[in-house]
Unconditional design. Structure first.
Length: 278
C-alpha cells in the first residue's frame, strides 16, 4: 500500500469533529490567531496515528501545529510593535474572549481533512487539493466524541496562552518582534505539502450572532489591521484563508473566499475592524 493510500485510509477511519473558538491571541513574531479550545478527540487521535505511522518518512510535527488555531494576520515586513500597541491588542483580545464565551454554542464542524500542495504558506495559492471525507457522526456516543476536546491538546493551548494571559509576560514583546514570520514568510513562493481542515462557513452552526459577507479570492492579501503612526498598516490579513499549516499532521484552517454570501460568527469581522482602528 502506498503512502497516499495509507494516509487516505487513516483519515477515512477518523470521525468528524468540531472546533470551538476560545480566544484571539498575538503569537510570537506578531502573528494574530484565533485559538480553539483544542483538537477534537478524533482528530487528535488521527494526528498521533500519522506521526507514528509515518515517523520514518515525514518530518516531525512543528510545535506550531500542536496547538489548534487559525492564523488571521501577519505583520508587514520590517514592522515591529511597541509596548503600547501590544497592550492595546492584549486588551482587545481579552474583551473579545468574553464575547466568544457568550457565543459558546458556536462551533466549526469539520467533515473533511484536506491534503494540499501549496505555493505559499498562507494557503492562498494551492497547486493541488484533495478533500478526504471523515466518518459522519451516527450515534450519540459519536456525537459526544465529536464535541469533546482532547485533554492533551487542550493543555498545550493553555500552556501557549500562559505567556499572554492574564498579561503579556516580561520579555514577550521581544518574542513578538523577533525576526521572521512577517508577511513575506506567508505570501512569498514556497512549495510544500500538508494536511489541513478547511473551516467551511456552512459548517459553523448554532451561532448566536453572525454576519453575512462575501469575499473575492482574486487578491493575494488585503490591506488591514493595526495602523501605525505613519498611517500605513502594520498587519496584513490573508484574503483567502484564516490559515495554519503543518508538515506532518492536521491543522485548522478556515477559508473565507466565497463567490456568494456566507456565514461566519460576527466576532471574527468585528475583531478585525477594531484592530484596524487601533
Amino acid at each position: 500500500m502506498s503512502t497516499s493510500q495509507q494516509l487516505q485510509q487513516l483519515v477515512q477511519q477518523c470521525s468528524a469533529g468540531s472546533f470551538q473558538p476560545k480566544s484571539f491571541f498575538v503569537a510570537w513574531q506578531g502573528v494574530l490567531c484565533l485559538v480553539y479550545e483544542g483538537f477534537p478527540i478524533s482528530l487528535a487521535s488521527l494526528k498521533e496515528q500519522i506521526n507514528t505511522t509515518f515517523s520514518d518518512s515525514l518530518k516531525s510535527e512543528n510545535y506550531g501545529s500542536k496547538w489548534s488555531k487559525s492564523t488571521l494576520s501577519a505583520l508587514h515586513d520590517k514592522k515591529i510593535l511597541t509596548q503600547q500597541q501590544l497592550e492595546q491588542l492584549h486588551q482587545l483580545c481579552k474583551r473579545y474572549e468574553t464575547r466568544i464565551r457568550e457565543d459558546s454554542l458556536c462551533k466549526f464542524h469539520v467533515q473533511h481533512v484536506t491534503y494540499v500542495q501549496f505555493q505559499c504558506r498562507s494557503l492562498e495559492r494551492l497547486i493541488f487539493r484533495a478533500d478526504i471525507p471523515l466518518k459522519l457522526v451516527k450515534s450519540s456516543e459519536d456525537e459526544r466524541e465529536e464535541n469533546s476536546v482532547d485533554s492533551k491538546s487542550k493543555e498545550i493551548v493553555e500552556k501557549v496562552l500562559t505567556e499572554f494571559d492574564p498579561n503579556p509576560a516580561i520579555g514577550y514583546l521581544d518574542k513578538i518582534n523577533k525576526e521572521g514570520g512577517r508577511k513575506s514568510h506567508y505570501v512569498n513562493n514556497h512549495v510544500e505539502s500538508t494536511l489541513i481542515c478547511f473551516l467551511d462557513p456552512s459548517s459553523c452552526t448554532n451561532v448566536l450572532s453572525s454576519s453575512s459577507f462575501s469575499s473575492s479570492s482574486s487578491s493575494s492579501s488585503s490591506s488591514s489591521s493595526y495602523s501605525s503612526s505613519s498611517s500605513s498598516s502594520s498587519f496584513s490579513s490573508f484574503s483567502s484563508s484564516f490559515s495554519s499549516s503543518s508538515k506532518s499532521s492536521t491543522s485548522s484552517s478556515s477559508s473565507s473566499s466565497s463567490s456568494s454570501s456566507s456565514i461566519f460568527p460576527s466576532f471574527l469581522f468585528d475583531f478585525q475592524k477594531e484592530v484596524d482602528l487601533l
